[in-house]
Write a protein that binds this ligand. Structure first.
Ligand code: SF4
Length: 342
């Protein structure tokens, strides 16, 4: 079967083998793949783009991910924490300029107890109809259960790589099995669950990327962030190669044709590494940092240039204009998960 026929088959059946995915990842039929992914994106979301405001509220982290500039071993980072009321005020300002979907993200920082996160979630929910995605790493089942009861809607926990050996090497503080367990708990508890992975991690092959996509399918995730690995100069992986943007786009497109309904962001890592976006490869979401400018430069998972300081409203207008420049528009809804189609 030629590559186009495989792409059509996956599109029609919403199923694929590892071998079929590897064939497509390794082929040069990019344009056809992007075309099909874009059609499905349009079928599910029209020309709407979901804009999510991300509040990176703490860059303290107890973990030692080998690729990350915020790893606990990095003593050169100036650390910060936003207090709960500062986070709530930040959310209020974002709501006032039109954000209806907020992501609260931090390193794994035990300073924030389960009750503190609950307080933040409950107070933000009093502001208005805002969807809250938490992204605070691996926590106890009881904590995840408490937060969804208190109003959290979504949880983002990328699996990063579906290769257990690579995962365990890159994450000495945890294990692939623990990560999977957390993802399963989140699904079971009823969160709209997000995962995702990096393209270009040392040791990764096309087979690994195929496994990554199949894992998203198996978990039946509602959101997936797929971005290139970008080496950080303060980490052990400083001399590794940046991940391929073309392969990233192909992985996004394959995820779209196989899983259909998930929200797929065009990741900041892709924008930073190539100045391009994944909107023509099936993506329908964009995220923008919205925490106070004094913290943004310190949330340094991978190196990225900083933009001029503008108000939240000016930044919102800027991203709206950017999205409109290619014929799409920013949704005014919360951007909840799309149900499976019969
Ligand atoms: S990737 Fe996340 S969990 Fe890992 S060190 Fe960085 S901030 Fe911490």
């Amino acid at each position: 079967m030629d590559t186009r026929a495989i792409i059509d088959l996956i599109t029609e059946t919403s199923s694929a083998t590892q071998e079929q995915l590897v064939t497509i990842l390794g082929s040069s039929e990019d344009e056809y793949l992007f075309e099909r992914a874009n059609e499905i994106r349009k079928q599910y979301f029209g020309n709407e783009v979901h804009l999510r405001g991300i509040i990176e509220f703490s860059n303290y982290c107890r973990c030692g991910c080998l690729y990350c500039g915020l790893q606990v071993q990095n003593n050169s980072v100036e650390r910060y924490r936003m207090e709960p009321d500062e986070i709530i005020e930040n959310a209020r300002q974002a709501y006032e300029v039109g954000y209806r979907s907020l992501v609260l993200q931090s390193g794994e920082d035990p300073y924030y107890t389960a009750d503190m996160i609950s307080y933040i979630v409950k107070e933000i929910k009093k502001i208005g109809d805002i969807a809250i995605t938490l992204s605070a790493g691996e926590r106890e089942y009881s904590e995840y259960a408490q937060w969804i009861k208190d109003g959290a809607d979504r949880y983002l926990l990328k699996h990063e790589t579906a290769d257990e050996k690579i995962y365990d090497r890159l994450h000495p503080h945890s294990s692939f099995n623990t990560r999977l367990q957390c993802l399963q708990w989140l699904k079971e508890l009823g969160y709209q669950t997000g995962s995702g992975f990096m393209i270009g991690l040392p040791g990764q092959t096309l087979e690994t990327i195929a496994k990554d996509i199949l894992l998203l399918k198996e978990l039946d995730i509602e959101m997936a962030g797929i971005g290139p690995f970008i080496p950080h100069p303060s980490t052990e992986l400083r001399d590794a190669q940046t991940g391929s943007s073309l392969l990233t786009l192909k992985a996004v497109a394959l995820t779209r044709i196989l899983l259909k309904r998930p929200h797929l962001p065009t990741t900041t890592a892709l924008e930073v590494s190539t100045g391009t976006n994944a909107f023509n490869a099936g993506a329908n979401v964009i995220m923008r940092k919205i925490e106070p400018h004094k913290y943004r430069r310190l949330y340094d998972i991978y190196p990225k240039p900083l933009k001029n300081e503008k108000s939240l409203l000016e930044e919102r207008h800027e991203v709206e204009t950017y999205i409109e420049s290619f014929g799409r528009y920013v949704s005014d809804t919360r951007g909840d998960a799309v149900e499976h189609k019969a």
